[in-house]
Design a protein around this ligand. Structure first.
Ligand code: MN
Length: 311
């Protein structure tokens, strides 16, 4: 910081802020506005968490989310709603409505496809978050799977209630499948402050969902994530009005991910092969019984079949 005004401000608030606040960016998915919180240029992953889109809240009379059938490899999609509802259909034959405080967890493995559709009878405002977790070598070439959890364990922390979506938190475990050492916890704060127990070996980020929170004394509003790094065994959260955040944590990834469109892999050749399968409909990604059109995009710039590629 070089501006004199900032220096004066720093003198007014002499506490040290160890939170790295990284701005997300506005994007649009399936017709609705999202805030992309991962991956960001300054922060690609938090543990195995490699993607986070906060969706909505959509405006009254606004467009509904409709994402036609599209493929995934090498990741789990973790869908969590705060408002509204969505219909999930996938190539395994799953057809599952998700409502607030329920978890849809789809494991892509070697290949799966799915759609996310607005319910025709729903006029609720959609509000939620979709996260991806990179699968480890052990499972990323394996079978696809889908699970839905209508209810998840909660921990009463006094001024906050924590819902454990994935992994372990404060002595409570989620029943959801987990292929790596990571955790995802929704924290709903009333006015007041709480101490959250953390795993020192995990790195963490706080993703604001609604309201404004103070994270270890640093202000975090809706536009970006607060990255915390490793080595902490607790975290102080406080709010003056009700607020909700998603706490993401995990053992830092040792492998380098290659991500393009809806694929998570370790090299470009894997992605090129997956996209060729999707475009040629060779059966790798199955079929989704959806009224929406399949989504496709031109291949990656490095693919030899792409005439715009740098050959
Ligand atoms: Mn998807």
């Amino acid at each position: 910081m070089t501006a004199g005004g900032d220096e004066l401000h720093a003198l007014d608030t002499p506490r040290r802020c160890d939170l790295e606040v990284i701005d997300g960016r506005a994007a649009e998915v399936g017709g609705i506005p999202v805030r992309r919180m991962l991956p960001l240029r300054a922060r690609r992953t938090v543990g195995a968490w490699c993607f986070a889109d906060r969706m909505g809240p959509t405006a009254a009379g606004g467009r509904a989310l409709n994402v036609g059938p599209h493929p995934h490899i090498g990741l789990q999609t973790v869908t969590w709603l705060l408002g509204g509802s969505l219909l999930h259909r996938d190539s395994l034959g799953s057809e599952q409505v998700i409502r607030p405080h329920q978890l849809n967890l789809m494991t892509a493995g070697n290949g799966v496809s799915h759609s996310e559709e607005a319910l025709s009878d729903s006029s609720d405002h959609l509000f939620g978050i979709q996260l991806w977790v990179a699968q480890p070598e052990r499972t990323r070439h394996g079978e696809a799977a889908f699970e839905h959890h209508g209810e998840l364990p909660q921990v009463d922390l006094g001024a906050a209630v924590a819902t454990v979506l994935v992994g372990d938190f404060a002595g409570t475990s989620s029943p959801a499948r987990r292929d790596t050492d990571h955790a995802g916890v929704e924290v709903t704060l009333r006015s007041g402050s709480v101490e959250l127990p953390l795993e020192a070996a995990f790195e963490y980020a706080v993703v604001p969902l609604d309201g404004t929170v103070m994270v270890d004394g640093c202000h975090l509003s809706g536009s970006g994530i607060g990255y915390l790094g490793t080595g902490r065994d607790e975290l102080s959260l406080s709010a003056t009005t009700s607020a909700r955040v998603m706490l993401l944590g995990g053992r830092p990834l040792e492998e380098e991910l290659v991500m393009w469109w809806n694929y998570v892999a370790r090299d470009r050749a894997e992605i090129t092969a997956a996209h060729e399968s999707w475009c040629s409909e060779d059966g790798r990604f199955g079929h989704v019984a959806s009224p929406l059109d399949r989504i496709t995009v031109p291949g990656p710039s490095w693919a030899p079949s792409n005439p715009k590629g740098p050959q």
